[in-house]
Design a protein. Structure first.
Length: 170
């Protein structure tokens, strides 16, 4: 069973002071055609920040997210938690180009830390480096496989018993 917990998140507009400090002038999030340039992006729901990321190419990264979100069916299987949350919550994205990818990485970190400074936590949908063969990737794969296995058990038993392992040999 899950528990519903309310947490405070910044509204996208509340990232403005961090953007102004970083760029030296006010900036507004873009929502149209995505450039091949590096930059940062923020996924939000009803104006509330869910996820902050960076990309070497905004067009390529956000197209990847669009593809992952469209193809993902949370009723069928669990995938990366970021994609799961963006899809199930119906998030939308805004983006800002930066001078280069190094600047995008710095701005991403600054925005996350600004969020943490204002409300005490990082944005609630958190991604981190998932390098191939990393401990994080192995743990995520393990959790995804467990979730998918549990879903398969639930669909087989479909209410036969309140206990997921009843009638099965150990």
């Amino acid at each position: 069973m899950t528990a519903l917990v309310s947490v405070e998140v910044l509204e996208v507009i509340e990232l403005a002071p961090a953007l102004e400090r970083h760029f030296g002038a006010a900036r507004s999030w873009n929502h149209g055609t995505r450039p091949a340039e590096p930059g940062v992006y923020v996924w939000s729901v009803q104006g509330g920040v869910l996820y902050i990321g960076s990309a070497a190419s905004l067009a390529r990264r956000l197209a990847d997210y669009d593809d992952w979100i469209v193809k993902y069916d949370p009723e069928d299987r669990w995938e990366v938690s970021v994609v799961h949350m963006l899809k199930t919550l119906g998030a939308t994205v805004g983006w800002l180009p930066t001078i280069d990818y190094a600047d995008a990485l710095v701005l991403e970190s600054r925005l996350i830390e600004w969020h943490r400074a204002k409300v005490g936590i990082a944005p609630i949908v958190v991604g981190w480096e998932a390098k191939k063969e990393s401990r994080r990737e192995r743990s995520q794969t393990w959790a995804r496989n467990l979730w998918n296995d549990q879903q398969a058990l639930l669909s087989v038993s479909q209410g036969d018993s309140p206990w997921p392992d009843s009638g099965q040999a150990a």
